[in-house]
Structures are given as structure tokens and as C-alpha cells.
Ligand binder design. Structure first.
Ligand code: NPW
Ligand code: ADP
Ligand code: K
Length: 478
């Protein structure tokens, strides 16, 4: 698991580290690591380092100080460095170091002519003490940049703790952060670009947020053993689709088929279509006739009328783990009494997108999606997987995981149905529901990238890419 810490926790850890390190040492470590990364981006984009031009956009705080010190290190490698000073003041020691090393210092007014000729621009405007989007002077200069941008600690203008952007902000090619990952790095990947973590010796435990490593998913993915049979791996029940939406049934059941070697049962009006597409599925017309399962995936395409409501109430009443998706979330929002059928100790995973979240909570998720997911998890005593470009998974006990996407090809109809089939099969295998949801999101986005290969894809292709995604994850173990 990768740990992610809020800026408040980072500041506390920095305070502890300050107390036991010589003055300026943490910034020296940070800015040296930063200079190495700036040189790397220079080499990647221009082929060389020496003789290239770097412009530093330096704000008034320590973030600007990091940039100025990194500029001084780059001077030693023959880079022409110009600092454009923003804000009311500049980091004194950093400014002196850059000047000593032969760097040029100009005012914001003179910035544009230097920015126009830069090979790389460094965003040292603001770091973890940021509030709000870029101020007008910084925003104007950033809008002129055509060169790749290396962001110091985080892209300025993006909220460090939520990743929200509500005005001008920096879009970085690479973000070089120090000590530990902050929420912005997981929640705003399209603003951060590639994120590189430089160790400056901070000590942090008990992360506020987590992100699954491939190795975590590989280690926890259920694999049949010699003693297993088709039942013992966990039978997943799929209650999805309808005469109007048979595709939802095919996709949800198909994802379960592709994600597990165990049995998949289907119950609903699309039994014939499901059987035709997936002959290995045992399909029946109603949930009551489905036979024994170890978990249910319910909701995609079932409709939100009384029949759908009865289906949701039935599966919630079975004392089994349930993934309630799509129409099932709307039914729960509109008729919360269906939850009375549930034993509160049995796992429930809700998988709303923003619109379904609004129905469940009576308000939009807003810019702080982690808090939004945590609040819904508390309210429903359920794991909540909040869908979007970045998916957040929160448990009622406060654990939260973030899945950083691999592109946006999953924004295609039916891809949520695939996610619920995947998740249902992991619940049936007996995994902790929070881990199951985070793993499903991870494999879903990897399968999306495999299916897409940088071109439009479809949810059917996504289903077929699931084994390849699992194979590539498990290849780590061999
Ligand atoms: N501590 C450590 O151990 C280490 C810390 N390190 C580094 O320090 C950084 C944190 O530095 P920090 O705390 O000095 O604040 P920082 O983020 O530079 O902001 C400063 C000032 O910017 C302003 N400002 C605010 N919002 C703004 C906006 N939207 N647009 C424009 N300006 C805005 C506001 O000042 P104002 O202009 O209001 O006076 C604010 O006070 C951290 O990210 C890392 O890079 C590393 O060296 C490793 C060791
Ligand atoms: N822009 C995006 N980038 C990455 N993933 C996305 C994006 N938009 C949607 N997704 C993912 O695609 C899936 C869409 O699910 P959902 O909204 O339920 O769609 P549908 O009902 O069509 O299946 C979710 O897993 C979501 O996280
Ligand atoms: K920055």
C-alpha cells in the first residue's frame, strides 16, 4: 500500500524532522532532489542539460525557496537559470544562493520574455500552504508557458488536500514532491503529470489515505488451490439487466465470469441473452430461484420500479455480502426502507457515480471527494466506492483508498456494470469489502487501459481484457 498524508500531518512530521536536523538541511535535500529531476526533464525534452534555459517561477514561501536552491544546483551543471519573482517577497537564502551561483533574477513584469525562451519552467509558486487557485499575476505568467513544467511539491492552484481546481492552475509534466505523497498527487493526476517522490527523511505512519500497489492486488487476488472446486471459490449471484436493458446483464455477468474461476449465477429477465453469451453461467428468471450464492452484485439495468425494489430487498435480506450498483443505489436512495432487510453486520458496497451520490446523500459530492465518500460510508454503514476519473473507496471505519486512473477510456457506457461484476466476484471470494472494492477499481482501470491501448474501446472489450489485467498483475509474483 502506498500511504498518502494530508498537509496537516506532513507539517507535523516536518516539525519533528526540523527539530533533529541542522537548519536548512530538509530544504537542501528537497531542492537537490528537485534539481536532479529538472535536469532529467531537460534531458528528456532537449537531449542535453548544459547550456539549456530554465525559468523558475518563485513564490514567496519555502516552495519558492526550493525552486531557487534547485536553480543554484542547476547552475553547477551549466544551465542558464532565470528566476521570476512573484508575490511580496522571496526566500532569502534561496535567492542569495541562486545569485551566488550566477543565476539571473527578474521581476514578474519582465517574466514573459524569459518564459518564451525557456526549455523547462519550474513551478515554485506555492506548495502545501496554498489556498485557492493561482492569483492573477501568476496565472498570467503560467498561461504563457509552452515548455514542459516541473512542479515543486504540487502544481500550484490545485488544492493540496482535495485535488480540486476552481480557477487557473498549473498543469505539470512532472511533479517532484518531498517526504511523502499528499492527497493532490492521487486525486489530481492530470494536473500533476508524473509524480516523483524525493525522500527527505520524514517519518510518517498511519496514512490518511491509501493507494493499492500492484503487489497488494497480486497478493490478495483469489486463486483456486488444489482442493478447490467450482463452489468453494465463492459463487457470485448477478441480479442485473431487464428485457429493456439485457446488455447490463451480459456485461455484469461477463465481468464475473472473467474475474473468477468459480461459479456465476444470474437471475433476471435477460437469462436467455446471458446464457447465449456466457454458457458457463447458471441463469434463472428470479433471484428466489437462483440457488445458493456467497455474494450478490445487484442493480445494473434492473429499473427503479417496484420489481427492482423487490429484487434489492430480497438480496439485502439474504445475510450475504452485496454490491449494490446503478439502479440499486437509486432504489436505496428513494426507498431507504429496503435496507431494513439487511443484517447490519453483512458487508454492503455502494458504487455511486456523482449523480447517484446526490440521490443517496441529497447533495453533490463537491470538491472534497474523499470526505464525501467517507460521509456516505458512515451514513449507510457501507463501503462506498465513489466513481469518477479518480475513484475513491471509503469504509464506515474511516479507511479510504484512491484509485488513480490510467487514462479516461473507461468513460464509456456499461463500464460501471463491468465494475460491479468484478466486485461481486471478489465479495463472493470472501475478501474484506473495502479491499475488494479498491482491488476491483484497480483491475477495472488496468483492464480499461489494456482494452483501449490508446484508442476508443467498449465495455465488451473491457470484460475480455480482465484476465489479461489479472495476468499482468499476477506476473509480479512469479
Ligand atoms: N517545511 C519543510 O520541512 C519543508 C518544506 N518544503 C517546501 O516548503 C513548502 C511549503 O512552504 P511554505 O509553508 O512556506 O508555504 P508555500 O506553500 O510556499 O506558500 C507560501 C505563500 O504563498 C502565498 N500563497 C498562498 N496561496 C497562494 C496562491 N493561490 N497563489 C499565489 N500565492 C499564494 C502565501 O503568501 P502571501 O503571498 O499570502 O504572503 C503563502 O504564505 C512545501 O510545499 C515544500 O515545497 C521543502 O523545502 C521540504 C522541507
Ligand atoms: N473520465 C473518466 N476517467 C476514468 N474513469 C472513468 C471516467 N469516467 C467514468 N469512469 C469510470 O467508468 C465507470 C463508469 O461507471 P458508470 O457511471 O456506472 O457508467 P455505466 O452506468 O455506463 O456503466 C466507473 O468505474 C468510473 O470510475
Ligand atoms: K508548486
Amino acid at each position: 500500500m502506498q500511504g498518502i498524508w494530508t498537509t496537516e500531518r506532513i507539517r507535523e512530521a516536518e516539525g519533528r524532522a526540523f527539530a533533529v536536523t541542522p537548519d536548512g538541511e530538509l530544504m537542501r535535500r528537497a531542492s537537490f532532489g528537485l534539481s536532479v529531476q529538472i535536469a532529467d526533464v531537460l534531458a528528456e525534452h532537449t537531449g542535453t542539460v548544459s547550456g539549456r534555459r530554465v525559468v523558475l517561477l518563485a513564490g514567496s514561501g519555502d516552495n519558492g525557496g526550493d525552486a531557487l536552491w534547485a536553480g543554484a544546483f542547476l547552475r553547477r551543471r551549466g544551465v542558464a537559470v532565470t528566476a521570476v519573482l512573484l508575490g511580496s517577497r522571496a526566500h532569502e537564502a534561496g535567492l542569495a544562493a541562486l545569485k551566488r551561483a550566477g543565476g539571473r533574477v527578474v521581476s514578474a513584469e519582465d517574466g514573459p520574455q524569459w518564459i518564451a525562451r525557456a526549455d523547462v519552467v519550474v513551478d515554485g509558486i506555492v506548495g502545501i500552504s496554498a489556498s485557492g487557485s493561482l492569483r492573477p499575476e501568476a496565472a498570467r505568467l503560467v498561461s504563457l508557458v509552452e515548455a514542459p513544467i516541473v512542479a515543486v511539491d504540487l502544481p500550484s492552484g490545485v488544492d493540496p488536500d482535495t485535488g480540486a481546481v476552481d480557477g487557473p492552475a498549473v498543469r505539470a509534466t512532472r511533479t517532484v514532491t518531498f517526504g511523502a505523497l499528499k492527497p493532490v498527487h492521487a486525486l489530481a493526476p492530470s494536473w500533476c503529470g508524473e509524480v516523483v517522490l524525493v525522500d527527505i527523511g520524514l517519518e510518517l505512519t498511519d496514512p490518511d489515505l491509501q493507494r493499492l500497489d500492484v503487489a497488494d492486488v497480486a497478493a490478495a487476488w483469489p486463486v483456486p488451490g488444489p482442493e478447490d472446486d467450482k463452489y468453494s471459490q465463492g459463487v457470485v449471484g448477478v441480479a442485473a439487466g431487464s428485457a429493456t436493458y439485457p446488455g447490463a446483464a451480459v456485461l455484469t455477468a461477463g465481468a464475473a465470469v472473467r474475474a473468477t474461476a468459480g461459479m456465476v449465477r444470474y437471475a433476471g429477465h435477460a437469462a436467455d441473452v446471458v446464457r447465449a453469451q456466457w454458457p458457463e453461467v447458471i441463469a434463472t428468471g428470479t433471484v428466489a430461484d437462483a440457488g445458493r450464492v456467497q455474494a450478490w452484485a445487484v442493480g445494473p439495468g434492473i429499473g427503479i420500479g417496484s420489481e427492482g425494489r423487490d429484487v434489492v430487498r430480497y438480496v439485502l435480506g439474504q445475510g450475504l455480502p452485496v454490491c449494490a450498483d446503478a439502479d440499486a443505489t437509486t432504489i436505496i436512495a428513494k426507498s431507504p426502507e429496503v435496507l431494513d432487510a439487511r443484517d447490519p453486520d453483512t458487508p454492503l458496497v455502494l458504487t455511486p457515480h456523482a449523480g447517484e451520490y446526490e440521490r443517496l446523500m441529497g447533495r453533490k459530492p463537491g470538491p472534497d471527494r474523499v470526505t464525501a465518500a467517507r460521509e456516505a460510508a458512515k451514513k449507510y454503514n457501507a463501503v462506498v466506492l465513489l466513481k469518477g476519473h479518480v475513484t475513491v473507496v471509503a469504509a464506515p471505519d474511516g479507511r479510504a483508498a484512491v484509485n488513480t486512473p490510467r487514462g479516461a477510456w473507461l468513460a464509456t457506457p456499461g463500464s460501471g456494470d463491468v465494475l460491479s461484476g468484478l466486485l461481486g466476484s471478489l465479495l463472493a471470494a470472501g475478501l474484506d469489502p473495502w479491499l475488494a472494492a479498491a482491488m476491483a477499481a484497480h483491475v477495472h482501470s488496468l483492464a480499461g487501459a489494456i482494452a483501449a491501448q490508446n484508442a476508443p474501446t467498449s465495455s465488451s472489450a473491457l470484460v475480455h481484457a480482465i484476465p489479461e489485467a489479472i495476468r499482468s498483475i499476477r506476473s509480479l509474483l512469479s
